[in-house]
Design a binder for this molecule. Structure first.
Ligand code: NAD
Ligand code: IPM
Ligand code: MN
Length: 356
């Protein structure tokens, strides 16, 4: 029997509502496939913890989590009481950096039974992977404000790209594309306007791509790439992007498949030197928190990606099949046009996982 140690970090807002549904589905999957999960519930990495302790996490957070096989994460952020840059740089962004989770893999897929906001699109027409660079790029703390409070105020925030960091995410994306049928890679760029880093990024894509002659590479400026996510989603297979561009694309893509409430993500340290982190793409959704109406699928699918990464492919497949069935037949939460609760949808998926 395989045993995995999982740190369970619900975080804030609807993170606390969708996490129990993921745990319910994991329970069903692990029972059926004879896997054991050793769950450690963690109440820090939340704004409640911050309000009580003045920091998002205990000082020894890293050593407490280092021995885990994976981190299952809900969402962090409660801007009414804690500024977002404090809560996020104090938790999620720290995990990504300090655990070197340099890949953020975000699948985008249109499911049967989910109304598509794009006219005339059917399941199969939208099915691609966003590979987001997850540890550098536009997300930095380098810079500052000068002449603060005066008319001459100046703010500078640097972006940082390393050859090591760019090459490894590009290589990961090429490898993914290689393993897929279409063997197509879109490289998000902005080498016309961002005149130092982005021409360099394109050059790294060429350099790494030299090892992958079978892959067709399409470099697209981020502006038109975004337009094509809407107008020609069938063009995309694997899309690789810098940290910020990937962040934006990974909300836009899921929006074209009906709701961001479906979108999962895998923050990976492929070398497994550190635990990887699995979380929905969405945030804590303060506007709907407390009503048990959040869509739990993004969280549940993220948990399935975790099992897949841990080597439990069958369990992943069973969860995905159950998600497909429930999206097709209901019950559905409001963002999908239904009136089911978070719990009802989670229960329905868990039931299918234990039955099949
Ligand atoms: P958000 O993703 O929390 O919400 C955006 C909109 O989508 C809201 O209208 C929300 O109700 C809706 N939505 C999100 N998830 C849903 C779900 N599962 N089912 C149905 N509807 C859903 O983004 P935001 O409003 O920009 O951010 C709110 C807070 O979350 C902020 O503190 C932000 O920093 C944080 N945030 C955290 C993460 C994360 O932890 N990974 C990601 C994004 C935002
Ligand atoms: C995401 C989120 C985070 C990001 C925020 C909350 C810092 O939007 O995971 O997509 O920008 O990476
Ligand atoms: Mn985001």
């Amino acid at each position: 029997k395989k045993t995995f140690k999982i740190a369970v970090i619900p975080g804030d807002g609807i993170g606390k509502e969708v996490m129990p549904q993921a745990l319910r589905v994991l329970e069903a999957a692990t029972t059926r496939f004879d896997i054991e999960l050793e769950l450690s519930p963690i109440e820090w990495a939340s704004c409640d913890y911050y309000l009580a302790h003045g920091q998002m996490m205990p000082d020894d957070w890293k050593s407490r989590l280092q021995g885990q096989d994976a981190l299952l994460f809900g969402a962090v952020g409660w801007p009414a009481t804690v500024p977002d840059h404090i809560s996020l740089w104090g938790s999620l962004l720290k995990f990504r950096r300090e655990f070197d989770q340099y890949i953020n893999l975000r699948p985008v897929r249109l499911f049967e039974g989910v109304p598509c906001p794009l006219a005339g699109r059917k399941p199969g027409d939208i099915d691609y992977l966003v590979v987001r660079e997850n540890t550098e790029g536009e997300y930095t703390n380098l810079g500052g404000v000068m002449y603060a409070g005066t008319e001459r105020e100046i703010v500078i925030q640097e972006s940082v790209y390393s050859r090591f960091g760019a090459d490894r995410v590009l290589r990961f994306a090429f490898e993914l594309a290689q393993a897929r049928e279409r063997k197509h890679l879109t490289v998000a760029t902005k080498s016309n306007g961002i005149a130092i880093s982005m021409p360099w990024w394109d050059g790294r894509a060429d350099a790494v791509g030299a090892d992958y002659p079978a892959i067709t590479v399409d470099k697209q400026h981020i502006d038109i790439l975004s337009a094509r996510f809407v107008l020609q989603p069938g063009r995309f297979d694997v899309v690789v992007a810098s940290n910020l561009f990937g962040d934006i694309l990974s909300d836009l893509g899921p929006a074209t498949t009906g709701t961001i409430g479906l979108a999962p993500s895998a923050n990976l340290n492929p070398e497994r030197s550190f635990p990887s982190l699995f979380e929905p793409v969405h945030g804590s959704a303060p506007d709907i928190y407390g009503r048990n109406i959040a869509n739990p699928v993004a969280m549940i699918w993220s948990a399935a990606l975790m099992l897949q990464f841990l080597g439990a492919a069958e369990a992943h497949d069973a969860i995905l099949a159950a998600i497909e069935t429930v999206l097709r037949e209901g019950p559905r939460t409001r963002d999908l046009g239904g009136d089911a609760s978070t719990t009802e949808m989670g229960e329905a998926i868990a039931r299918l996982v234990s039955q099949a």
